[in-house]
Design a protein around this ligand. Structure first.
Ligand code: NAD
Ligand code: MG
Length: 390
């Protein structure tokens, strides 16, 4: 029986994780669930899964939830804020931590879980992108098991040599081929991109995800963050990562070996596949996902990404090459710009402009310690906010 903490339980990944866990009550016990503002959803999750701990963002929400759970006969302890998140991510009775908070807000509890030597199921790519070497060093030092949940990285992990552990250079691997759906605007005429709405941007053709990552998929910043994520997880330079647009999203990514063999992992586009894999590794369990029907898929297409259409992808490759605080600056400017786009304060095409301007204005340093990346994150947020306000 493994004790599980889900950071970001009320989100898309959190809900899928609870779906898989509920299929295997003999294997997993839910110890802690966290939600930020969706307190009503968290209340219902607590009634169903009876965790020992729950965490919300604000103190008043914690008090209200504590009272309601008490009235329902549960003795769930309710905490709040970053302190509460870090506390539940490091509990002795927690073996596995699903890191599924969106954005850099998930960094400190996820890093704490790695330092405490937990099995970290990493969906929260921004946490890794921002902290990079610090995070991977923590994983190696604590000998934590780091299981990528991002579908592409999970596919790559599955195609790595037997016994492979994240954070080490894989033997005899020539390249990684990172697949991308291309998002909802792959074929939209370029002159229309300035006028697309948040509703159109979040309507992803293949994956049902949270709003922020859906916009990232539309700009392809999601793939850019994933390039940086892959460099860190698999200890490879960005030149050895090729992005391949594959609109069907059936091949989740590929590994190209020195002998010319190319291994791929395929499946229906459903996050319960990587989640079940991460939970059960090195075993396999039922995820609830339908078997892949290749006759229905019928064909697999591949296209080269166009940096003119997707400037965010180019900016991310540049940040990956620059290293140091550059990925933290890129990520922070992107988080601010995406939030502003979702609030209709800037047009879609301004997302890349805000990021490019921020990267031009704030010189990246080569430092990778936690204080430096957190300072870069804060400075980039201030700069991006002031650009948007103008
Ligand atoms: P979501 O928006 O659906 O859920 C986000 C979760 O984080 C919610 O539980 C929310 O309450 C919590 N949260 C938000 N802001 C917070 C804050 N400031 N402090 C604490 N908690 C906060 O997002 P999602 O789609 O589930 O994505 C979660 C993470 O997983 C992201 O990093 C995303 O890139 C990654 N991911 C998601 C998918 C997917 O299919 N949804 C696929 C690959 C990777
Ligand atoms: Mg992905």
């Amino acid at each position: 029986m493994k004790g599980l903490c889900i950071l970001g339980a009320t989100g898309s990944i959190g809900v899928s994780t609870l779906d898989v866990v509920a299929r295997h009550p003999e294997r997993y016990r839910v110890v802690a669930l966290t939600g930020h503002r969706r307190v009503e959803d968290l209340y219902h999750q607590c009634l169903q899964h009876r965790p020992a701990y729950a965490v919300v963002g604000e103190e008043d929400d914690a008090a209200a939830l504590r009272q309601r759970l008490g009235e329902a006969g549960l003795d769930t302890q309710v905490l709040h804020g970053q302190v509460g998140l870090t506390a539940v991510a490091t509990l002795p009775e927690v073996d596995y931590v699903m890191a599924a908070i969106v954005g850099a807000a998930g960094l400190l509890p996820t890093l704490a879980a790695a330092r405490a030597g937990k099995r970290v199921l990493l969906a929260n790519k921004e946490a890794l992108v921002v902290s990079g070497p610090v995070f991977m060093e923590a994983v190696r030092e604590a000998d934590a098991e780091l299981l990528p949940i991002d579908s592409e990285h999970n596919a790559i992990f599955q195609c790595m040599p037997a016994g492979y552990r994240a954070g080490h250079p894989p033997a005899a691997v020539r390249r990684i081929l990172l697949t991308a759906s291309g998002g909802p605007f792959l074929d939209t005429p370029l002159e229309r991109l300035a006028h697309v709405t948040p509703e159109q941007a979040v309507a992803h053709p293949k994956w049902d995800m949270g709003r922020k990552i859906s916009v990232d998929s539309a700009t392809m910043m999601n793939k850019g963050l994933e390039v940086i994520e892959a460099c860190l997880l698999f200890d490879l330079p960005p030149e050895r990562i090729q992005v391949v647009i594959h609109p069907q999203s059936v091949i989740h990514s590929l590994v190209d070996y020195d002998d010319g063999s190319v291994l791929a992992e395929l499946g229906n586009p459903d996050m319960r596949i990587p989640i079940a894999y991460g939970l059960a590794w090195p075993e396999r369990i039922d995820s609830g996902v339908e078997p892949l029907d290749l006759f229905e898929v019928a064909r697999l297409d591949f296209r080269e990404p166009d940096f003119g259409r997707f400037p965010c992808l180019r900016l991310a490759f540049e940040a990956a090459r620059a290293g140091g605080t550059a990925p933290a600056l890129l990520n922070a400017a992107n988080e601010v710009a995406v939030a502003a786009f979702l609030e209709r304060r800037i047009p879609f095409t301004a997302i890349a402009e805000v990021i490019a301007d921020t990267l031009d204005a704030i010189p990246a340093s080569t430092a990778t310690d936690l204080d430096s990346v957190l300072a870069a994150d804060a400075e980039a947020r201030r700069h991006a906010e002031s650009l948007i306000a103008r």
